[in-house]
Write a protein that binds this ligand. Structure first.
Ligand SMILES: Nc1ncnc2c1ncn2[C@@H]1O[C@H](COP(=O)(O)OP(=O)(O)OP(=O)(O)O)[C@@H](O)[C@H]1O
Ligand SMILES: [Mg+2]
Length: 153
């Protein structure tokens, strides 16, 4: 299943994230792919808010902290692998435990480690079309429930 939408402002991308959230049932791995400034973190804010895990204003980029955790009833991890260089670096993040939790896991730059990470339930691509225009393409795995949660071990 593939769906595509074009947003014309950060607010519209936030709204798209809030809508998408209703499709993410934990455990759920979501890869966010797109060049710098394409809106991955903006979309993640909407998703975290849509899941009721935190307010949009409370969600910040994990560029330097690498992993942020939100929520109680619905737990959300927001991960940024931009600064992760190799599998050794990746192993330091404790993603195995995170992926085995009943959580929604959002991974910016996750496509860089597609061979190591479990097959995602959703792969979202963000593309610059113009100053404030972004194409957001959402691809759902064929059978989201068959994700091998122990694939990192
Ligand atoms: N339609 C839009 N959707 C999302 N962001 C937009 C849009 N139009 C403009 N922007 C701006 O683009 C920037 C997107 O930044 P954001 O941090 O979400 O991107 P990112 O993909 O996470 O970047 P990085 O790779 O550095 O983590 C913000 O400054 C935002 O205001
Ligand atoms: Mg970001």
């Amino acid at each position: 299943m593939v769906s595509e939408t074009v947003t014309h402002s950060p607010e519209q991308t936030l709204a798209t994230g809030r809508q998408l959230a209703s499709e993410f049932h934990p455990p759920c791995l979501v890869i966010l792919e797109g060049e710098l400034g394409s809106g991955k973190t903006t979309l993640a804010k909407g998703i975290v808010a849509g899941l009721g895990a935190a307010r949009e204003e409370a969600v910040s980029s994990p560029t330097f902290t690498l992993v942020h955790e939100y929520g109680n009833a619905t737990k959300v991890y927001h991960v940024d692998l931009y600064r992760i260089e190799d599998a050794g670096d990746l192993a330091t993040l404790g993603l195995e435990e995170i992926m085995n939790e009943k959580a929604v896991v959002l991974v910016e730059w996750g496509e860089r480690f597609a061979k190591i990470l479990p097959v995602p339930d959703f792969h979202i691509k963000l593309e610059h079309l113009g100053l404030e225009d972004r194409r957001i393409t959402v691809q759902a795995a064929k059978s989201a429930s068959s994700r091998p949660v122990a694939a990192l071990e």
